[in-house]
Write a protein that binds this ligand. Sequence first.
Ligand code: FAD
Length: 423
Amino acid sequence: MHVKTLILGAGLTGLSTAYHLEKQGQTDYLLVEKENAPGGLCKSQVLNGCTFDFSGHLLHLHTPEGKKLVKSLLGQNLRRVKRRAWIYTGSSRVPFPFQANLFALPEKARKRCLNGLLACARQTNPAPKNFKEWCLQSFGAGIYQIFMRPYNTKLWGRNPEEMTCDWCGPFVPLPSVEEALKSAVRPPKKDYGYNAYFYYPARGGCGALAEALARPITHLSLNTPVTRIDLIHKTAQCGNIAVSFDYVVNTLPLPEFLRLTGEAEFSALANKLVHTQVRVYNFAVKRAVKPFSWIYFPDKEDPFYRIGLQSGFSPDNAPQGISTFYVELPGNYPCTQQSEKRIWKALVQKGIIEESDDVLFSFWQSLPYAYAVYDKHRASAVSQALKALAGCGCLCAGRYGKWEYSFMEKSLLEGLDLAKKLV
Ligand SMILES: Cc1cc2nc3c(=O)[nH]c(=O)nc-3n(C[C@H](O)[C@H](O)[C@H](O)COP(=O)(O)OP(=O)(O)OC[C@H]3O[C@@H](n4cnc5c(N)ncnc54)[C@H](O)[C@@H]3O)c2cc1C
């Protein structure tokens, strides 16, 4: 078959592209998805009356266009929620962000952070060469050693000096040195970070958003993996369908897409791109726990790096009296009963659950693509690949298509922009 636009992947980015093409009366497209349901990472599943996302999936809406689009899709089915997040380190429970809540640390750790802040305030520094240098210049050695280094080493699976700092801007709250110093005395008056408030569907988990986008889409082919793409002849093998196209929108992980072309130069670029995987352990307990949004765990002894309360995002996520949790672990963490016991033991030690809690059920999820790693090769490999692909009529979009640290609002808006360009 021939289509004007072939869209690869029906996650939020692909769905938003197709949704906006339809809205503009353009139906000469095909959206293909390898799974049996649309949504990608923004899917939800219901188990024993409890709704689970793929770890936490909360809507951070920072642009008028993003808000307008989500409100038009979800209408009244949208809640605004205040973040309740902490960092548990040693025996301290520090409100998020760590670097603006030093008052919550024991005296010795607080002094270490203050000394570091004072030393970094006195220095004029050259541009940081890597993430470690960025942290040291922004927060000083104390905050780096107690929180930034151990937490980020767990999250990214590598040392901060092996990473660049070009991803930090929107994601790492940056109080001024003065604000951080003052936070050693009293809690800050202002909220820090892009996620101080977030939105979440009242019903249906974050998957409700993908479902609303998918509803008007008429040319979606599920169970249709893309296995080959020829950018010179503009053809692709999608499941059993041989498709020719004028334009292709790629939202698949960039290295996978580059390898599907069979071109040696693209494969060489793909080999430079590295990513992390995440293992998620979900479970439900028969007790209404004290509400929180999520908690970070920088310490080495804790097997997980972050946990969240799924039932805290919306009362509809679990029946009354039941609390549901997600626990995020490195991608290679074994899914065994022994691991589950280790996780529960650590959660009991941290006071998150109680020894006597009745665990109703649990299950594992694996996310094969979680974070694109910002190492020294990423920027130039991505820019070369995207430029060469654009030259062949291939537009890459989304967190994995562009191989960047991004979020759902951006996926939605990139789909809108692409549809405008394609029309
Ligand atoms: C652990 C984690 C937590 C996150 N939390 C948040 C959050 O709280 N808030 C937020 O805004 N964002 C969050 N994100 C980011 C968010 O999930 C993404 O930005 C967004 O969902 C990306 O959508 P996408 O369509 O670009 O990619 P995806 O959702 O990955 O969609 C790509 C689609 O392509 C399909 N596909 C892959 N290969 C093929 C193939 N060969 N053929 C056909 N189809 C294929 C996949 O099945 C998938 O459906 C989180 C991400 C992770 C990993």
